[in-house]
Design a protein around this ligand. Structure first.
Ligand code: MSP
Length: 528
């Protein structure tokens, strides 16, 4: 069985989750579900980044001790992921014992290999980014992301000998052994390496909220080193390493890490270097996605324009929210959204595209076939009147039905973009187009000719094709909108279809003639 390990960044718990966090998490969920449907052994990890100054300050503002604060906030992230139907296999917290044990083991190993030395750090630090920042990066003396003046820091720190591994990281990236997608991000990374990077500090003297350096309790592990290691501590790196050996093998063919463009350097340079230092293979693939902005502006507390997943779920439902997030932009590029855009897109694609089509087909099956799924073959004229309560004539020319062919060709191939390019918007666009085509096909198929129309014997076959293409389309929606697919399967009288594998489900003709459909409530009520 093929193995597949997928991760999201672990999110800072200084504040509640917003749609930026949900974006990465839903994307990872779609990919994880897709690989499960391909019968792979999937491990999907997300989690919480709980240490560091930023989190400690938020706790203080709330008048809570940091651990209590983190417990509450981590739970909020977990709750949100549950509401969004995220299928993660694990949720790692950096304050958990297993994580701390793993971090300690990793650092001791680095030290044992002589890759850590004590030095003096003097420079600027942005608490928002939780990273050192150079004069060059400032705009008007402020961090361009957080619009705050950085702190001036001067202290003794432990440093990691990054310089020893930079050439190797560069080569691995150049020849795509570490594949960075989209390509612009690969180039950006290579550009950063070319500019030259200094050894980086892995500890802080003045930060108290964090993991202590195992051999020096006056120093706290730098929050970014602490955080990056989550990707292997969650695989029990610090313990029996069973999962680590399974999902991070030496020839790991399928480790995919998703991240936003803000944290590129840590993931594409520092993280591989740290792993190489301990002779651990670096990740195979990193996908760097863009940022959400709201009506052209950064999403931020001070602008008061933060959108939470909960607010979206209330308006558009869980699957509506998942759909809107995944179709907002080409994955990899920035997405500018607004409540108006969400609403229009929801009405056009979900209420009209999917909802109307399913409703129309099922209503007609009720009307003409008493809610029974007809057979996938022409019906002898003599039987026709008896079977079809109120005969409806179709004008399909022959048994080669348009829908069957186009659905098989276009829709089933659309999933393939989930293998490499992760163009969720294209894939979804094709599925929605399939529903629309189904709707149009009904108009094409229905005849206004008289009952003696010679093609009337095709009626039940045509009906079957409308229904069967809806089943296939619903299957294609599974990674994106699992609840909607399940609802459609139930309405088609085949509950449990979602448990089938792609190999089986993609075959034409799985609907059972004679089974009863169960029309339900509208899938996506129109929003005024
Ligand atoms: N804790 C670090 C990551 C450590 S991973 C070893 C961190 N956390 S964060 O809470 O700031 O979340 C960062 C991630 O959230 C981004 O990389 C991105 O995946 C997602 N997003 C946060 N804001 C976002 C947008 N406005 N738009 C899209 N995604 C964004 O950095």
């Amino acid at each position: 069985m093929k193995k597949f390990y997928i991760t999201t960044p672990i999110y800072y718990v200084n504040d509640k989750p917003h749609i930026g966090h949900a974006y990465t998490t839903v994307a990872a969920d779609v990919i994880a579900r897709y690989h499960k449907l391909k019968e792979e052994k999937v491990f999907f990890l997300t989690g919480a980044d709980e240490h560091g100054t930023k989190v400690a300050e938020s706790a203080k503002k709330q008048g809570e001790n940091p651990q209590e604060f983190c417990n509450e906030m981590s739970q909020r992230f977990k709750d949100t992921w549950k509401k969004l139907n995220i299928s993660n296999n694990d949720f790692i917290r950096t304050t958990s014992k297993r994580h701390i044990k793993g971090v300690e083991k990793f650092l001791k190993e680095l030290k044992r290999k002589g890759l850590i030395y004590k030095g003096e750090y003097k420079g600027l630090y942005c608490i928002g980014c939780e990273k050192f920042i150079t004069e060059k990066e400032l705009v008007d003396g402020k961090c361009p992301i957080h619009q705050k003046r950085p702190e001036v820091i001067s202290e003794k720190n432990y440093f990691f000998k990054l310089s020893k591994y930079l050439d190797k990281v560069q080569k691995l990236i150049q020849n795509d052994e570490i594949e960075i997608l989209p390509k612009e991000r690969k180039n950006e990374t290579l550009g950063l390496i070319k500019q030259g990077l200094e050894d980086f500090s892995i500890s802080r003297e003045k930060v108290k909220w964090g993991i202590k350096i195992p051999w020096d309790d006056q120093q706290t592990v730098y929050v970014w080193i602490d955080a990056l290691l989550n990707y292997i501590t969650a695989l029990d790196y610090g313990d029996n390493q069973k999962k680590f050996k399974k999902f991070w093998p030496a020839d790991s063919p399928a480790v995919l890490q998703l991240l936003g463009k803000d944290i590129l350097k840590f993931h594409t340079i520092y993280w591989p270097a740290l792993l190489l230092a301990l002779n651990i293979k670096p990740p195979k693939k990193l996908f760097v996605h863009g940022y959400f902005t709201i009506s052209g502006r950064k999403m931020s507390k001070s602008l008061g324009n933060i959108i939470t997943p909960e607010e979206m779920i209330e308006k558009f439902g869980v699957d509506g929210t998942r759909y809107l997030l995944m179709s907002a932009a080409r994955f990899g590029q920035d997405a500018d959204v607004s409540w108006d855009w969400f609403k229009e897109k929801y009405n056009a694609d979900l209420a009209n595209g999917i909802g109307n089509t399913v409703n129309r087909v099922l209503t007609m099956v009720e009307k003409y076939f008493n809610g029974i799924i007809p057979e996938d073959k022409p019906i002898p004229m003599t039987l026709m009147k008896k079977t079809l309560g109120q005969p409806l004539k179709v004008k399909s020319k022959d048994t080669k039905l348009g829908l069957k062919d186009s659905i098989k060709k276009n829709i089933l191939t659309s999933w393939s973009v989930l293998d490499n390019l992760f163009h969720f918007d294209i894939c979804l666009g094709q599925i929605i187009e399939g529903f629309r085509e189904n709707f149009r096909q009904i108009d094409k198929d229905i005849s206004d000719e008289e009952p003696w129309n010679p093609r009337a014997d095709m009626t039940q076959k045509v009906f079957y094709s409308w229904l069967e293409s809806i089943r296939l389309l619903a299957f294609m929606l599974l990674p994106f909108m699992p609840e909607t697919s399940n609802k459609i399967f139930k309405q088609l009288g085949i509950p449990g279809e979602e448990k089938e594998t792609l190999a089986k489900a993609q075959k034409w003709g799985r609907l059972k003639p004679g089974a009863r459909i169960k029309k339900g409530k509208p899938l996506f009520p129109r929003i005024k």
